[in-house]
Design a protein. Structure first.
Length: 74
């Protein structure tokens, strides 16, 4: 058992979406690896998964990221 528990870093008024618990948190409450954020409003944090899906779709369909493989044969 650790003598000192590490506290998560955050400020009141910052909102996060906890991936582990599937809920919006102010603060944050959970560790950084388990959350998205910070967001400026609770509403924005509540749509974190939708925002992530939209950004993933944009990235997957971005032609700059799907260049044709280079032919290294002489």
């Amino acid at each position: 058992m650790a003598l000192f528990k590490r506290r998560t870093v955050g400020k009141p008024g910052e909102w996060y979406y906890c991936l582990k618990h599937g809920r919006v948190e102010e603060g944050p409450e959970c560790r950084a690896a388990d959350r998205f954020g910070p967001y400026t409003t609770r509403e924005e944090a509540s749509h974190a998964m939708e925002t992530a899906r939209e950004r993933n779709l944009q990235w997957e369909t971005d032609p700059k990221w799907h260049d044709a493989p280079k032919d290294d044969t002489p």
